[in-house]
Design a protein around this ligand. Structure first.
Ligand code: PMV
Length: 313
């Protein structure tokens, strides 16, 4: 039978999350270690989903996955070709709710698989439009950074309304990712910052502006290959995220562990209130050592990977 596979990788926000919702820049990186695939197969009738989150007909998809169902329907409508029915087998290695962009990655893999099935060209803008449908359900008020960083294979500089720019990485480094084992709730974290802006606008906006400033400085540090400075900036951003109320005890603990184990800097990544932290290391040996300390001190999973220098043209 005719069968097609769509793929997407996960993402990490290096710096700038939450402030990015308010127009500040953020830097995101592809996280190639964790990926999702969607295999589509034509069947006689109906649309069925098979995944570790849900298996069954699209009509009975649970409320929290409704965005994906809407995205699938919108994609088929957009492609506008005859079909009998489909089985979509989604296989995601990306833990959900950890700030790794799992919802955007699943949607990207689904849209790519369906376009590939019908051998239709998929433009970048159409992909974004269709994935936004799913992301709006998952997030409420998504800045769009999740989707952009999942679509792109390079580090990105992202500003809401302005779109993306490339980021130059002068010298390679290692990132450690550690999972608190608890799902965060990006939607409520974003909503709580909105409430804080209404209640205490001065402090809240100050933190948002500072995170924006650190993000500009981080871009410079990447350009100069200055890991010490980059590490400092990650730490400073973490302080502000904590003030904003989107960090928590478990995150702060892992951040402390990573720093004690020699990381240049560490912070939460993504929505916070659970989810993952990232830590900056110079080389593989150091990254592995930080992973080991994190594993022994409460992290449920750890990964480390090399962020390559960007190609010079
Ligand atoms: O999906 P997450 O948890 O990686 O969060 C995305 C980043 C936020 O800035 C917290 C929200 C957004 O829409 O930009």
């Amino acid at each position: 039978r005719n069968r097609s596979i769509g793929r997407a990788h996960s993402k990490l926000i290096l710096i700038g999350e939450h402030a990015v919702v308010y127009g500040q820049p953020a830097i995101a990186l592809p996280f190639p270690t964790l990926t999702v695939t969607c295999a589509v197969e034509e069947i006689d009738t109906g649309i069925y989903i098979e995944s570790n989150l849900y298996a069954g007909p699209i009509e009975q998809i649970p409320e929290r996955l409704k965005g994906l169902a809407t995205c699938i329907r919108a994609t088929l409508q957009e492609i506008n070709k005859h079909y009998k029915g489909f089985l979509l087998k989604i296989d995601s290695k990306i833990p959900i709710g950890r700030g790794l962009g799992s919802s955007a990655a699943i949607a990207v893999a689904i849209v790519r698989s369906l376009y590939q099935f019908f051998k239709c060209d998929l433009s970048g803008s159409k992909l974004r439009e269709l994935v936004t449908i799913a992301e709006t359900y998952a997030h409420g008020n998504p800045s769009g950074i999740d989707m952009e960083s999942v679509v792109q294979d390079e580090p990105i500089w992202f500003e809401r309304e302005k779109g993306i720019e490339s980021v130059t990485i002068q010298s390679p480094f290692y990132l450690v990712v550690a999972d608190t084992g608890r799902a965060g709730d990006t939607r409520s974290a974003v909503a709580s910052i909105k409430e804080n802006i209404d209640k205490s606008p001065l402090e809240t906006n100050q933190s948002i502006d500072k995170i924006g400033q650190y993000t500009y400085e981080a871009r410079q540090a990447l350009l100069q290959g200055n890991l010490n400075q980059l590490g400092n900036l990650l730490n400073l951003a973490q302080t502000e995220l904590d003030k904003l109320g989107v960090s928590d005890k478990g995150i702060n603990h892992l951040v402390d562990v990573a720093r004690s184990a020699g990381a240049f800097g560490a912070k939460l990544t993504g929505g916070g209130r659970g989810g993952c932290i990232i830590a900056l290391a110079e080389n593989n040996v150091q990254a592995k050592e930080i992973c080991q300390h994190l594993n022994q001190n409460g992290a449920v999973s750890t990964w480390s990977f090399k962020v390559e220098e960007t190609q010079k043209y």
